[in-house]
Design a protein around this ligand. Structure first.
Ligand SMILES: [Zn+2]
Length: 351
């Protein structure tokens, strides 16, 4: 199948994205407008001049540091800004064929420069995101992300309390992100015990992205992670493979992101196919589509062109994602049905 034709087919498939950051989903045009409005110290002549500062470009160092430096907290100055980026992120996901999205965002990041109230910001993201989802046929839930390097025993539990108040708006879990090397899982045990005590919020943890399989194991055993962000290193340790399988922990893998941050040398050698063959619940996600210049469909396209996946194998990953989604059992049944129906409509087509 020609590349364009294949992309069209993949675009039309119903997709689940469990791992997408709002802060990595900002449209270039929106950033240009906000940057000009707030006089940010950036090359704001055009989208082309701004792009290398806020998106990954081939030729830039493939390191997590290069990537993390692109996240700025000064775009957002008002609730209207926050609502706008949330709405646009969901609209863009829906346009990629995403029918269920867990959009994660950091209340701390969104309020750091703006000094907006945390509860108000969480409400703004959820209300705007949900509305955009209803308009475009995409169910949306939200995860609160906490950055390891900003651990704060006072403010973090308060943010979780505010998140709980927005459970009815779709806040379903808590995520831990950031530098695993300098801020290992053991520092976050108390915090996640409190999260789990809510009895409502789920736990997912970025782990084994550039560290080792031990970080995946401790995210599960110490923090109670039900899902792991990335988890690349799992493949190197049979004990951890067994732990992930036994606990039915799903891996939220983001192949293009992993290549751009230098966590894999080449997408062809990405561990996803091998972990899938080991009967782990692996899923394909976008991470930071605007920053990567690659959306969820591009990640699926890669699975086909580089790993030789066919429709049946993509469906298998999609169903794994639906099974790992933080939704009610009724919602899960509907989601599984929707995915099966979408794939059935394409059955018989080669890729
Ligand atoms: Zn991530």
């Amino acid at each position: 199948m020609e590349n364009d034709e294949r992309r069209q087919l993949l675009l039309g498939l119903p997709k689940v994205d469990l791992h997408r950051h709002l802060e990595g989903s900002l449209r270039l045009g929106t950033l240009l407008e906000l940057g000009r409005r707030y006089n940010l110290d950036l090359p704001l002549d055009s989208e082309a001049s701004l792009a290398p500062q806020v998106t990954f470009r081939e030729g830039q160092p493939r390191t997590l540091d290069n990537f993390l430096a692109k996240f700025r907290a000064d775009w957002y100055r008002s609730f209207a800004d926050v609502e706008r980026v949330a709405r646009e992120a969901v609209e863009d996901a829906a346009a990629e064929g995403v029918v269920y999205l867990e959009l994660r965002f950091s209340p701390e990041h969104l309020t750091r420069e703006s000094r907006l109230q945390v509860l108000g910001v969480i409400q703004a993201v959820c209300e705007a995101g949900r509305l955009a989802g209803e308009d475009s046929g995409c169910q949306v839930n939200f995860l609160l992300t906490f950055a390891r390097e900003r651990l704060d025993a006072k403010s973090w539990p308060r943010i979780v309390e505010d998140g709980l108040r927005c459970h009815h708006l779709g806040v379903v879990g808590v995520d831990l992100a950031g530098d695993e090397f300098r801020h290992p899982n053991r520092l976050f045990g108390d915090f996640f015990a409190r999260v789990r005590d809510t009895g409502v919020l789920h736990v997912t943890v970025h782990a084994g992205e550039g560290t080792d399989a031990g970080s995946v194991a401790s995210a599960i055993e110490v923090l109670g992670a039900e899902r792991i962000g990335h988890g690349l290193e799992t493949v190197n340790d049979s004990r951890v493979i067994e732990l992930v399988r036994r606990r039915r922990v799903a891996l939220e893998m983001c192949p293009i992101s992993n290549y751009q941050t230098g966590c894999v040398d080449d997408v062809s050698s990405h561990p996803l196919p091998r972990l899938d063959e080991q009967q782990l619940a692996v899923t394909i996600n976008s991470d930071d589509p605007a920053m990567h210049g690659a959306d969820l469909t591009d990640n699926y396209d890669l699975a086909v062109s580089r790993w030789g996946f066919d429709l049946e194998r993509l469906l298998h990953l999609e169903l794994a994602a639906a099974r790992a989604a933080f939704v009610t059992e009724d919602e899960r049944r509907q989601l599984l049905q929707r995915i099966n129906a979408g794939y059935a409509a394409c059955r018989g087509q080669g890729l």
